[in-house]
Design a protein. Sequence first.
Lengths: 655, 120, 104
Amino acid sequence: MSSTGGLAQFQQVFIEESLEGLDTMESSLLALDDGGDGELVHTIFRAAHSIKGGAATFGFPEMASFTHEAESLLDEVRGGKRAIDKPIVELLLRSVDCLRGMFDRARAGQPLNDATSDDVRGELAAMMGRAAPAAAVQGRRAGDQAEAWIIRFHPHAGMLAGGNDPLRLIRELAGLGELAVEADLSRLPALAKLDPSECHMGWSIELKAPVRREDIKAVFDWVEDECDLAIEPKPSAVVTPAAPPAPANIAEAAARGTREANADSGSVRVSIDKIDGMINLVGELVITQAMLDTFREEFDPSRLALLQHGLTQLARHARELQESVMGIRMLPIASVFNRFPRLVRDLSQKLGKQVKLELHGEQTELDKTVLEKIGDPMVHLVRNAIDHGLETPQKRRAAGKSDMGTLKLDAYHRGGNIVVEVSDDGAGLNRGAIVGKAIERGLIRSGEGLSDEAVGELIFQPGFSTAEVTTDLSGRGVGMDVVRRNVSDLGGTVTIRSKPGQGSVFTITLPLTLAIIDGLTAAVGQERYIVPLVSIVESVQLKPEALKTVVGGGELFRFRGEYLPVLRLHELFGCDGAKRAIEDGLVIVVEGDGSRVGLFVDGLVGQQQAVVKSLETNYRRVQGVSGATILADGSVALITDIAGLVRLHGRRKAA
Amino acid sequence: MAKILAVDDSASMRGMVAYTLRGAGHEVTEAENGQLALDAANGAAFDLVLADVNMPVMDGISMVRELRTRPSYKGVPILMLTTESHTDKKMEGKAAGATGWLVKPFDPEQLLATVKRVLG
Amino acid sequence: MGSKREHSAPAAVEIGLPADCRMAAQAALLAELLGALDAPATQLDGSAVERVDTAALQLLTLFRREALSRGCAVSWRGASTTLCEAAETLGLIKALDLPAAVPA
């Protein structure tokens, strides 16, 4: 095809929907493997079929031909010619992987086929009991030719209702050459008995043009079985056939499709409902604005109540509009969850464990950016749970549990946050092993008096690993510290709860969106800083004697039985005119990266939602600052990056 | 120009069809599956319906069958967009009441030519 | 499409064809034409016809044939080019007694 002009956009849409289709194929194949019903085969077939059709249309003939093989296999299964079994599911799963690879390469503008796809394609063909076919080149046979033709055409009664109108067909014939049309009215019934949607006429048509029989047949291609048709050369008008035309090589034509650069434009597909909702809100907003506009003309104090009402409405519409605009970026977490059935299946097979995966809250929506970045940490947690958390069937039986372990992924809203949980009913954290390792690593001196919570925290420390044997699954030098780092980059937190013998729950708490944060505005000299609400534990006022100065100049204070460092924001960011005496200001206790620190500020100004503007985009990355926002008075406030500040402090301490 | 109903669960295919037809001046309504197409057909008289065969919720063949039971859709051209090169699928569509078919892959020119052909 | 019929003495009936004279319009047209079979003369007005199909022309052809066989007169008050062209394409110009569409 020629992807001229605006058509290229649909190529991108095609890739996106095909990737979704592949996800569907994969999850259905897995369900089928678990003994799912026959409807799944249809679902899988449909997905493959759509990809095949689109691939050819949008200029990916290699993909079309690959999918054709898979589809043929599926068609045999669907038609009951072949029973579905493990090897077929396995091969189809690998085909799904191959196609994903092909789409990746399509996006990168690379050749679509590679050794793996060639192999799998060969295997598909072999399973069908034949060699992979070369692109079929079908030449058309030349038809008879004549100087003129007589066409006898009698439609069956139902042809008209089916949308094929002889009027159109005969007009089309007229496009081939001059016609002499004679209607046969001999079969017309009585008017009273006529069903007007039925055809009772016939035609005898002379076509006075030297065309091929095929050209005439092509006019009637849709109605072959809906009419009696005879096409005969007009007597004494036969000529010898001309040379056959060059075969139309469809594959070659399709291959000519230009492949536009497929840079991931990072588009979002938005449901019509969401857009309609916004349009409604904008409508309301306009109405309110018009109402408020009347105060511009004349302001009468008696109408104060009306003004207040208008402003309240304006605030509500603005908030709702904000929510719906944010909603555009929100997508269900299902797309991330759907990766896991395959992963869990492969991993558990490899490790000889039996794992049942339960998914809950797949429809919970997350910001697209968060969604794209939450996958890796979750993969790590899931791997970890299967590798370290869940026991082998033997061990489970010995512990009095069923052979089959359960791994649960759950997503839900809590307050203004999204909570994602990865839980297992495995052995739970091995307190002894963790403490032992932590001592060995010099993270702690002894495990005495450590709460379970504190022991759980240890596994998030850099370089920590408790696996007795480093497997190729989890032991890739990537630890829980990276999980925590990834999550905290998204403005979230990750914690663990664990009970020996009963399992572990990893809880990831994420902000609803990265575009807006709830924060406290703190004053430091003339500057204003936003401290994300999610990080704040408490604000305290300290007496001078509560502050301990330690060697190296650090300041500590006691908070809930723990000594926390004080970070003076005015020092960190170099603000003039800030309060210096600890009793004059306020210490905000914040938590980030699993550590708590106190931020010393002049005082709190208020709580507000801040629209995050990227510093990186507008200026450059600044340590300890995650972005900026514009306050109601038009001035700029920086948004503190708590995890960054904690790390900054750690580095200064180490220096 | 004609009022056309384009039915396909694939947003790319539907988009391509609608874009092409709109470019030729037609008024196009889009539907994601057979059921939504039937709903759309309730409220409007279309001159032509283009429908995919394989769709979730309601496939194209059931849609045609249902559409043809409505007096206002007798005789209205309905084309199946199909990748099925097997005649049985085409015939199944025809038996249900389809006018004809357009075999995928097709390019915008082929689409327009076929639409022009069927609209006369 | 208003048919004017008088009760006492059946007089000439005039039937106007709709602009969209395709299949969906024909149940109504058929009823009207069946009524007109009792009239001594029927005048058809096809000047408004913008869209027409084989089903319509078949119906009109059949009506004319049946009316004539009963000794009733059928005449055209007017016929659009679209209507005439369609009749010509289908070879029904004579059967319908329409003027062949001559390109203006």
